[in-house]
Design a protein around this ligand. Structure first.
Ligand SMILES: [Zn+2]
Length: 101
């Protein structure tokens, strides 16, 4: 069983990513490698993962002998674009230029 995807490069960090299609038909960028996952009892995993069925789930990455299934982690968490946004920009609408004095 597999899910269709398109290989691309992220326009923010230049890494190879795969665009998967969700069940809804909406594409989502993911890391190009598969991971094994397990959904915790409270349903709040540390990763957002798309399964091979096209479902988006919240699950933890685990070693294969504990796994419930395999899927792909979304690229959002790993993307440098995110890290840059968390570091410097506090949500203001400035364009990176600061004028003072
Ligand atoms: Zn990226």
């Amino acid at each position: 069983m597999s899910i269709s995807y398109k290989v691309c490069r992220c326009k923010y960090c230049g890494k190879e990513i795969r665009w998967f299609k969700r069940k809804s038909g909406k594409p989502i960028p993911c890391e190009p490698w598969r991971v094994c996952y397990k959904i915790p009892e409270d349903g709040n995993g540390s990763e957002t993962i798309i399964t091979l069925n096209g479902d988006i789930i919240s699950a933890d990455k685990v070693w294969s002998n504990n796994a419930e299934g395999v899927g792909y982690i979304t690229h959002f968490a790993a993307c440098q674009r995110n890290q840059a946004a968390n570091g410097e920009d506090n949500g203001g609408d400035t364009d990176g230029s600061r004028q003072h004095g």
